[in-house]
Design a protein around this ligand. Structure first.
Ligand code: F6R
Length: 243
């Protein structure tokens, strides 16, 4: 595992954007696995800036997002579809036909999850998967559980995730209770993983995920078994890592 420790969120974002742009430059038709949440917003802003300067070309890039709330329409500003358009897709020259987010409005969860899994496979797999980490160690919406989920599936969100995400909704009652997410197995198949973390509130879980036991109770801990992981985290998030 490579670890980059940065001064703050802004530097973390710049470093993560550097790694993603290296991927795009080396393989212009690469498949990027993308995430939502507060962690990657700065990374997307930086990519957009470099695109505007003429240093990056997204015309052949393909994307697959990790997850989507079940039951939110695409025009709902809390849907991950909306998030991705707002923060990245509508700001660069990506072909929207090459962007993919699970369809949260497909009521048949088995059908949607199988379609998404097959889609990723048919694209040749993910070249680099960008991840944030939840306070309970979740990646995508893979919540702590008794076993690691293999493929894209429908999950019930935990109270801790509903609590963490309610800041984006009018109230906790408005947070959807379910989501479609790539499985741990899907994420582990990515050729490279890039996990970003910022802030002291992520310090404890980051240490557990990377230096604690590998257990489905801390879903991100499985990344210890992936052979191409890059962690980019700011000093505050790194503050509880073993010396
Ligand atoms: C988002 C996702 C989540 C977030 C995680 C951290 O697509 O899959 O696992 O990465 O909840 O969220 P932030 O970055 O808001 O702290």
């Amino acid at each position: 595992m490579r670890i980059y420790v940065t001064e703050n969120y802004q530097e973390m974002s710049r470093q993560a954007a550097n790694i993603l742009s290296a991927q795009i430059i080396l393989k212009p038709d690469c498949v990027l696995g993308l995430a939502t949440g507060s962690s990657p917003i700065g990374t997307y802003d930086q990519l957009v800036e470099w695109y505007k300067k003429g240093d990056l070309d997204f015309s052949e890039v393909k994307t697959v997002n990790l997850d989507e709330y079940r039951g939110l329409t695409r025009d709902n500003d809390q849907s991950y579809y909306y998030f991705m358009h707002h923060h990245l897709f509508d700001r660069v020259n990506i072909d929207l036909d090459n962007t993919n987010v699970p369809d949260g409005m497909e009521p048949d969860s088995d059908k949607e999850c199988a379609r998404y899994e097959e889609l990723i496979r048919s694209m040749g797999g993910v070249d680099i998967q960008l991840l944030g980490i939840g306070h309970n160690g979740h990646i995508g919406f893979n919540e702590p559980d008794a076993a690691f989920a293999r493929t894209t599936h429908c999950v019930d969100l935990t109270e801790s995730t509903i609590e963490a995400n309610k800041r984006f909704f009018a109230s906790a009652d408005d947070v959807p209770r379910q989501a479609y997410t790539m499985g741990i197995g899907t994420i582990m198949k990515a050729k490279k993983i890039l996990l970003i973390a910022s802030g002291e509130d992520k310090a404890e879980i980051l240490a557990k995920a990377f230096y604690g036991p590998i257990t489905p109770e801390v879903p991100a801990s499985i990344l210890q078994l992936h052979d191409d992981v890059t962690l980019v985290a700011d000093k505050a998030a790194m503050s509880k890592m073993p010396k």
